[in-house]
Every structure is written in C-alpha cells, then in structure tokens.
Design a protein around this ligand. Structure first.
Ligand code: FAD
Length: 500
C-alpha cells in the first residue's frame, strides 16, 4: 500500500461531490489521492434543494465565497420552514432557524410566554411574534444576523435553498481544481477482498483499485449493499411516505425566505423558491393513496405555471445497520434516507464527511474502533432526526383521513415518547449532547402543533404575571422593529447579483 491512501468515490451526486471537495481540500496531494466515478447515463436523484444552516459552515470550511455561491447555484436564503395544516387544517406555524426571544435571568423565554398565556390571550403577542426569523420570514425580509450577542439581531441563523445540480457542478469544479480525478463510466462489478472492497470494474472493462471506497451511489447502494450486503433498518412504520412527485414551476408572488410544507391527505407538499424557479413536490405514502391521485394533488395545488412534466421518485425510509464496514463508507442516500421533511439529507451527508475526516484511515490503517465510532455517531444522528420528523406526524389533531388516523395513533419510538412527556410535564426540552435539532426547533413544533406544557419551571411561579407579559411585549416589539429595518429578501439577492 502506498503512503498516500487511494480513495475511490463511487457516485457524483451531491454526496459524491461534497465528499470529493472536502477530501481534496483536506488531504489531496498529501495523505490521499481521490478518484470519483460517475455515470451520466444513470444521472443523479436530481432533488434536494432545501438545507439547514450547517451548510454555511460546510461552504466556509471549503473557503467558498458566499456571494459567488449564491450567484452560481441560483440560491435564495432560508430562515425556516412554514408548516401548514399539520396540527389542524387551517393552522400555520414556522419552524425558525433561531430562538424565541432571549433567556431572561436563566429561564428560557418560552417559559415566560407560556406563563403569560395563563393570564389570558387578550393582547398577548403570539410566540411567533417573539422570534425575529419568523417575523422577518412572514414579511419576506432577509439580512444576515448581527454578531453582537446582546442584540435581537443575533438570535437567528439561516440556510439556503439552491439548485442541487448546480451545487454539485460547483463542487465538481472545486474538487477537480484541487486534484480530484473524475472518471465517467458505469460500475458494473465490484471485486471483494477479505476486509472489504478491492476494486470496481467499469462497463468498458477498466478496473479501478483503491484502499478506501466511498459509496455515494445513491439509492442503488452499489458497494455497501450490492457487494457487502449490509442490511437496512426499515422505518416505514414510523415514516410511511415512500414516494414523491416533483415538478418545477415559474416563480409566482414574493420570493419567500423560507420553505413551505403543507400537509395533504396522505402526505405533504413542498414549495422551495429559488431565484429562477420554484421547486415543488408531493411526498406521499403508497399505502394510503395511489400515484395518480397523488399526482393530481400536486398539479392542482401549484402556484406558478409548471415548467416540466412531474416525475415520480420512490424511496424507503430507514438507515443502513452500519455505514462504515471494512474499507467501505456509505455517504448520502446509500447510507439511509429519512424523507425530505425538515431538509436533513444534505446535512447528514455533511456530518458523515466531518466524521470521516476526523477518523480518516491515514496511511491506510483501518482501526475497527474508528469504524465503530463512525457507526455509533451516524446511527445516533439518524435516530434523532427520525424522532424529530415523527413528531410532526404524531402531534396532530387531524383524523380526517386514514393516513392521519394512522399517524396520530401509531406506536412511537420510546426515545420520542420520553421527550414528548418531558415537555408536556414541565415544558422542558432536554438537550441532546449530539443531534442537529436544538431546543428552539422542538419548541416550534410542540407549540406549533398544539402540545402545551402542563406545568412550568417552578422558578416562574415567583415571577409576577405582569412581568412575564411585559417581557413578551418587549421582545415582540423588538422583533417587529428589527424585521422592519431589514431589506426585502429579493432586494437583498438583487444586490448580491448586481455586485458581481
Ligand atoms: P444521487 O444523487 O442519486 O447520486 C448517485 C450517483 O451515483 C450519481 O452520480 C450516479 O450516476 C452514480 N451511480 C449510481 N450507480 C452507478 C454506477 N453503477 N456506476 C457509476 N455511477 C453510478 N435533501 C435535502 O437536504 N434537502 C431536500 O430538500 C431534499 N429533498 C428531497 C426530495 C426527495 C423526493 C428525495 C428523494 C430526496 C431529497 N433530498 C433532499 C435528498 C437529496 O436529494 C440527497 O440526499 C442528495 O441528492 C444526495 O444524493 P446522493 O448523492 O446520495 O445520490
């Protein structure tokens, strides 16, 4: 084995090129030589437009200039996700990328708000009015957060909505400029050796050997499943959606700095505005509806003119039992998929890449402890995202269709049952040591889907009702004035484009 480890990435979708770009930046020419194989004939899954804020740190680590990225991927900014019709038909709330107010005297702001509601709803701002990213999003405004931690302008973060195909192309340029070798070809055989994969063979007869193989082949999971037969933990009893129709439309109306997820009879519909078009899709469960009905639901609920025929994708929710086996690491859809609600897939790719870099088998030494740590960490991340997604479905009063009746009565993962009980009993969002969704995210869904705490923190009992109500009024006023001072989202983007 040469001193430089030979890395072979199979697949050039978002996962493949994110991995290639990071390995190139971190190791190329020193610890590793990186080759990526992809097949234009097979193509990529071609969806995946909405992200969570961590993507910014991914781009920053690569040294990507934000303005250049916004221009080249037709990206817009995202302050959160609006959920319509989830708790009840007619409900709407936003899961913001940011806090509700500030902690006051060591108590979370939402405790003051929940306390204040006990004095009556009259004249009391809604919890949403106390979140700057929500107030700004509802008014289609955007500006990056401030750094001063005392300012209400520092209480949020943001992500992007972008054209995933353009993003993969952007990262391809980046990776190739740093030495990644791209091979166009179709893998049609995998050679195994004792501790994993030895080489892959292409349809034209070429043989590509390597030390470390990264399976980014999407749902096909050519290496981790096709060759190594690592099974899949099926979560379709908790997340039964297994198909989606997707269609782009012309932009209609204001450019919203948020994604929308509208609950439907047997699933939900996404709306993701980009600079040049809007991405739409209907995620549904084939156990509860048929594809033709699902297609009509999507086409009957579009805001702009359809720019193409809708296409259908099938998937299965769950994750691989192990994502690193021997000298093979699965990243992206080959490792698992949790359906697109809350836009977590690209983030899970990012986490896997970060963990791989941390545990990288430098010099070609594969330590079983590293493999075990990778598998432990990734399993935990998938499990926690799963719990958060399931919360959206189970915390509902809807019983208007068989789908919703199933969702509201299904048996939950015990980790989620405990978490919901903690909130109901005391208004506590127990923080995970690891896991991507912080307390504000859980609060948004709990309150947004009508789960209220029975009791509050005992310290709040000493606080006069008028004080709690004053805090709420003050924070809501600060959010309203800070949002008003922000530019419109579309003007902010126009400025970035004009500065090119
Ligand atoms: P793919 O894009 O499928 O890429 C697989 C690659 O492997 C391709 O390059 C292909 O050519 C190659 N390949 C396969 N077989 C071979 C072979 N035999 N030989 C050579 N090459 C081969 N994620 C988000 O973060 N946000 C979202 O909003 C979001 N929405 C989604 C909506 C839907 C309906 C679905 C299904 C997914 C969504 N995702 C979303 C997930 C997101 O699309 C994926 O996580 C992301 O695109 C990464 O995919 P991938 O690179 O793993 O696989």
């Amino acid at each position: 084995m040469s001193a430089r480890i030979q890395v072979v990435i199979v697949g050039g979708g978002t996962a493949g090129w994110m991995t290639a770009a990071t390995l190139a930046m971190s190791f190329a020419g020193r610890l590793a030589d990186v080759t990526l194989i992809e097949s234009e004939d097979i193509g990529t899954v071609g969806v995946g437009e909405a992200t969570v804020p961590h993507i910014r740190f991914f781009n920053q680590r690569l040294g990507i200039d934000e303005a250049d990225f916004i221009r080249r991927t037709n990206a817009t900014f995202k302050l959160g996700i609006e959920f319509r019709d989830w708790g009840r038909i007619g409900d709407s709330y936003i899961h913001p990328f940011g806090d509700f107010g500030h902690d006051i005297d060591g108590l979370p702001f939402h405790q003051y708000w929940a306390h204040a509601t006990r004095g009556g709803a009259d004249g009391l701002p809604k919890l949403e009015d106390c979140s700057l990213p929500i107030v700004a999003a509802r008014d289609n405004r955007f500006t990056p957060p401030l750094e001063d931690p005392r300012s209400i302008g520092s209480t949020y973060s943001y992500a992007y909505q972008f054209d995933a195909t353009l993003y993969a192309a952007y990262l391809r340029d980046y990776a190739e400029a740093r030495g990644v070798v791209r091979i166009e070809g179709r893998v049609d055989a995998v050679e195994q050796k004792d501790d994993g994969i030895g080489a892959v063979r292409l349809a034209d007869g070429r043989r590509i050997a390597g030390d470390l193989f990264i399976d980014c082949s999407g749902f096909r999971a050519l290496l981790i499943d096709g060759a190594l037969k690592v099974g899949h933990e099926d979560w379709s009893h908790w997340l039964p959606c297994d198909a989606a129709w997707a269609v782009p439309t012309a932009n209609a109306g204001a450019l919203t700095p948020y994604t929308r997820a509208t609950a439907r009879e047997a699933g939900w519909q996404w709306r993701i505005p980009l600079q040049h078009r809007t991405g739409n899709g209907h995620v549904f469960s084939t156990r509860f509806t048929d594809p033709e009905t699902a297609r009509s639901v999507l086409m009957d609920n579009l805001e702009g003119e359809a720019l193409a025929e809708p296409r259908m994708l099938r998937f299965r929710t769950g994750r691989r039992h192990r994502q690193w086996v021997g000298n093979c690491v699965a990243i992206g859809l080959s490792a698992g998929f949790l359906e697109p609600l809350e836009s977590t897939s690209i983030h899970l790719i990012q986490l896997a890449i970060g963990k791989l870099i941390e545990l990288f088998p430098s010099g070609g030494v594969f330590d079983p402890a590293d493999e075990a740590e990778f598998n432990r960490a990734m399993a935990l991340e998938y499990d926690r995202v799963r719990d958060f997604l399931v919360l959206h479905y189970c915390a509902t009063d809807r019983d208007d269709t068989p789908f919703w009746r199933y969702m509201r009565t299904m048996t939950l993962p015990s980790s989620l049952t405990e978490k919901i009980a903690e909130f109901r009993e005391r208004g506590i969002v127990a923080s995970y040591r690891e896991g991507m969704f912080l307390p504000a995210s859980w609060l948004a869904v709990y309150y947004g889907q009508r789960i209220m705490p029975d009791r509050l923190n005992p310290l709040i009992a000493d606080i006069p009702m008028a004080t709690s109500r004053d805090h709420v009024a003050r924070v809501a006023a600060a959010c309203a004035s800070a949002a008003k001072a922000m530019p419109l989202h579309e003007d902010y983007i126009a400025r970035i484009k004009a500065a090119a």
